[in-house]
Design a protein around this ligand. Structure first.
Ligand SMILES: [Fe+2]
Ligand SMILES: [Fe+2]
Length: 217
C-alpha cells in the first residue's frame, strides 16, 4: 500500500481505538462526575513534562533531519504547555515549586523504548497527540461546567492548537516515511500499543480521580 493510503487507513484505526477513551470522558461529563480541577491540572503538568522529555530524549538518535526538528519543536511546545498550566495552578493557589516530576509510567516506558523514527512518530506525534487533543476537549468541557473560563481559554487559545499541529505533523511524517510493508506494520503496532496502554492507564486513573475528564499532554 502506498504511504499516503496507509496513513489514511491508520487514521481510521486510531479513531476507532480512541472511541472508548473519548466515551469515558463523555460519560463522566454527562453524569456530572465530581473532580478537583487543581488535581486534574497537576496531571496535565506531569503529562506535559513527560512528553517534553520524551521528545527531547528521542531527538539525538533520530537521523532524519525533519523528524529531528519536529521532536525538538515538540519538546519546546510541551515545555511551554507545562509553564502555562503551572501559571494557572499558581493562580489557583497551588504551590508549583513543590511539584515533583513523576516516575516513568508504563506508557512512557514503552514509548521511550521505540527505536525507529517511524515507530516514534506513530506512537508519539501521531497517536499520543491525538489522545491529548481528544481528552483535553473533555477536560475543557469539565472546566466549563464548573465555570472555569480561564482554564478553558488557555487550552483553546494555546495548548489545543499545538496538540493538533503535532498530530498533523505526525500524519505528514508517516506519509513520508512509512513506505514499506515492514515499516507500516511497525507503525500500526506502535499506534495500537500506545492506545492499548493509554486506555488501560486512563481507566485506572479515572477510578482514582472520580472522573475520566483529566487532561493529556
Ligand atoms: Fe502535545
Ligand atoms: Fe502539550
Amino acid at each position: 500500500m502506498d504511504a499516503i493510503a496507509f496513513v489514511q487507513k491508520l487514521e481510521t484505526f486510531k479513531t476507532d481505538r480512541l472511541a472508548p477513551i473519548v466515551g469515558a470522558g463523555r460519560t463522566s461529563l454527562a453524569g456530572g462526575a465530581p473532580g478537583d480541577a487543581k488535581k486534574l491540572l497537576q496531571i496535565a503538568l506531569a503529562n506535559e513534562i513527560s512528553v517534553s522529555e520524551l521528545a527531547a530524549a528521542w531527538m539525538p538518535s533520530t537521523p532524519e533531519i525533519d523528524v529531528k526538528i519536529a521532536l525538538a519543536r515538540q519538546a519546546g511546545d510541551e515545555a511551554g504547555h507545562f509553564q502555562l498550566v503551572a501559571d494557572r495552578l499558581s493562580a489557583l493557589g497551588f504551590d508549583v515549586a513543590g511539584f515533583k516530576v513523576p516516575g516513568e509510567s508504563p506508557l512512557f516506558q514503552y514509548l521511550k523504548g521505540l527505536s525507529t523514527s517511524v515507530e516514534r512518530v506513530a506512537g508519539g506525534l501521531f497517536t499520543l497527540e491525538s489522545i491529548a487533543y481528544a481528552v483535553n476537549e473533555n477536560f475543557m468541557a469539565f472546566c466549563d461546567q464548573r465555570g472555569d473560563a480561564e482554564t478553558v481559554r488557555i487550552y483553546r487559545e494555546y495548548i489545543q492548537p499545538d496538540e493538533r499541529a503535532h498530530q498533523q505533523l505526525g500524519h505528514r511524517l508517516l506519509a513520508k516515511y512509512a513506505t514499506t510493508p515492514e515499516l507500516q506494520r511497525a507503525a500500526r503496532e506502535a499506534v495500537a500499543k500506545v492506545l492499548e496502554i493509554a486506555t488501560a492507564a486512563r481507566a485506572q486513573a479515572a477510578e482514582r480521580m472520580g472522573t475520566a475528564c483529566f487532561p493529556g499532554c
